[in-house]
Ligand binder design. Structure first.
Ligand SMILES: [Zn+2]
Length: 303
């Protein structure tokens, strides 16, 4: 069993969901993020948050995957301050909803003043509602941005055990672990931070507080990055216990602190029943046979 604790499944296909389920992924976390182009109205955020706690959660369930999400204002869009103010008013309405396991992904992109302002406000929100935080560290000037993210989090009184610092690399991991944070790694295909390097990190640091994710989205990315990395770890002789920690248990322990994510959620999940609908809508298209687990007469068609 695997957990992918950072994947933007709204941008992925049903083929991806089926492949993820076959590969052993049982639970996923979809962080609120930006969509490739800036939103212009607060209503676009509202509808997006609604789909994270509503339709996408249902869609995942139709393929046997438990879906959780994080809610937050991403760092890129924090730079539109007028809109950011309106989004900040929305967030308290969503952070308490079922399946929301953290405030995130928040942090720095270009490390501007506006990003800093909304990062701080959202740290205060997370503290107030006692939710973990998922930090997106910047791709440019990563080391400085990562250290600053932790400094500011501590300034706001957050306990590092409630904070997952994501998108680490060899330059940041040591300090993130030493300071008591969860250190997540995003495995991007065709880049420096691939599975091979992840194996070396586990070899060097072990797996305590280390988390592997795919961050798969609308860009070139791999929704199977977690199971593929686990397979490579196994081939390279990493102990099963370490693989289990990095590709399953640590994510559950970290985000389980929200009180919203328990192993029993997927161990005792209802069987897949694609005859189900959400507000009258289904994942099936005209004439397709629904998959119904544990039902031998599973070609009942309902449109
Ligand atoms: Zn992301």
């Amino acid at each position: 069993m695997f957990i992918d604790p950072h994947i933007h499944v709204s941008s992925r296909t049903t083929d991806d969901y089926e492949a993820m389920q076959r590969a052993g992924i049982r639970a996923i976390i979809e962080p609120a993020f930006w969509l490739g182009q800036p939103r212009t109205k607060v209503g676009s955020f509202q509808d997006y948050f609604n789909s994270l706690v509503g339709w996408e959660r249902f869609r995942a369930s139709q393929f046997g995957i438990k879906h959780y999400c994080t809610i937050g204002l991403n760092s890129k869009e924090a730079n539109n301050e007028a809109l950011a103010e309106e989004v900040m008013e929305l967030l308290p309405l969503y952070v308490g909803k079922e399946g929301v396991v953290a405030v995130g992904e928040i942090g720095y992109d270009d490390q501007t003043k506006a990003e800093d302002k909304y990062y701080r406000l959202q740290l205060d929100l997370a503290k107030e509602v006692d939710l973990p935080v998922m930090i997106h560290t910047p791709h440019r000037d990563k080391k400085r941005g990562t250290i600053k993210s932790m400094d500011v989090s501590e300034e706001h009184g957050l306990d590092p055990s409630m904070v997952v610092v994501d998108h680490n690399n060899e330059e940041t991991v040591r300090e993130v672990l030493d300071r008591g944070y969860w250190a997540a790694f995003t495995i991007y295909p065709h880049t420096k931070m691939g599975s091979e390097r992840m194996v070396e990190i586990i070899r060097q640091y072990g797996a305590e507080r280390i988390i592997v994710d795919s961050a798969a989205d609308w860009g070139i990315s791999d929704p199977l990055a977690v199971p593929k990395t686990a397979k490579l770890m196994k081939e390279k002789g990493i102990e099963d216990e370490l693989i289990h920690l990095a590709c399953y248990q640590n994510a559950l322990t970290a985000y389980g602190q929200s009180g919203q994510m328990k192993e029993s959620d997927w161990l005792n999940a209802e069987p897949i029943d694609q005859r189900k609908k959400l507000s009258g809508n289904t994942v099936l298209r005209g004439g397709q046979s629904p998959k119904v687990e544990g039902d031998s007469s599973s070609d009942i068609i309902e449109n």
